[in-house]
Design a protein around this ligand. Structure first.
Ligand code: HEM
Length: 226
């Protein structure tokens, strides 16, 4: 496979084609998102669970939690800075669902069991990914707002407000962790990992999950040759 400064949307690689899913910069930003989230989760558990706190030496986990938080909060700004159209598209797509998406959601059980063939055709994001990404946006916003309140104003909150902020913070992290488990499950079931490592996925896998998007890429490729 070739890795070029301006990667091709479709590569003809021997007897099969590869489709460009993510360019280098979104892949790097996603890696920072994944690392900062896991850092927040591990250090958060060290602060939250008494039996886990034995691994939190001194204030180390507290400091690392704040480092993770700063990176996590910077992610949307980095995304906007390096690729504003992609960030806008991601946000728009996550909150807009067409008839095919709704039909797809009615058959989500089949998708869950690893049988995506014959399901309603999907665009660049399938309806499940849209829901995942929308969940990430909403619960990340909640976790960041409650986190800033806890960080900046813990001493002034009073017991009732403190309990509310902590509950929102912890529940949001729980939801994001459940979303991550689903995200990892579908990544491996539908062989999507290479989209975030090399940037490319197999054309057959892409067509299975994102038929409308692959057809669009093919149309663009034909038009480019004309
Ligand atoms: C920890 C390991 C993780 C792995 C292996 C992983 C894997 C992936 C893969 C393969 C994709 C591309 C899916 C596609 O074909 O569109 C993706 C996209 C995405 N992931 Fe993850 N992910 C991880 C962690 C996370 C975390 C922690 C979050 C959020 C808190 C997250 C949020 C997202 C989002 C929002 C996208 C879409 C990115 C875009 O369209 O630009 N991921 N991930």
């Amino acid at each position: 496979m070739t890795t070029q400064a301006y990667p091709q949307p479709i590569i003809h690689d021997g007897d099969h084609d590869l489709v460009l899913r993510y360019r280098r910069t979104p892949r790097i930003i996603h890696m920072m998102l994944a690392i900062s989230f896991l850092l927040l989760l591990i250090t958060g558990l060290a602060l939250f669970l008494p039996w886990f706190s034995q691994y939190a030496s001194g204030g180390t986990s507290r400091v690392l939690h704040r480092v993770g938080a700063i990176i996590y909060m910077a992610i949307p700004f980095m995304y906007l800075l390096v690729d504003r159209p992609a960030a806008r598209e991601l946000l728009w797509d996550s909150f807009h669902y067409d008839r095919d998406d709704l039909d797809w959601l009615l058959h989500v059980y089949r998708y869950f069991m690893g049988h995506a063939e014959g399901m309603p055709p999907q665009g660049r994001l399938n309806a499940g990914q849209k829901l995942h990404h929308a969940g990430v946006v909403i619960f990340s916003a909640l976790i960041v707002i409650s986190g800033i309140i806890l960080w900046a104003g813990k001493g002034d909150l009073g017991p009732a407000n403190l309990a509310i902020a902590v509950s929102i913070h912890d529940l949001s992290m729980l939801v994001l962790t459940v979303l991550l488990v689903g995200h990892l499950y579908f990544t491996f079931v539908y062989r999507a990992l290479s989209g975030m490592t090399t940037g490319y996925i197999d054309e057959e896998d892409a067509r299975l999950e994102h038929a409308k998007w692959v057809e669009e890429l093919e149309r663009e490729e034909v038009m480019g040759k004309e």
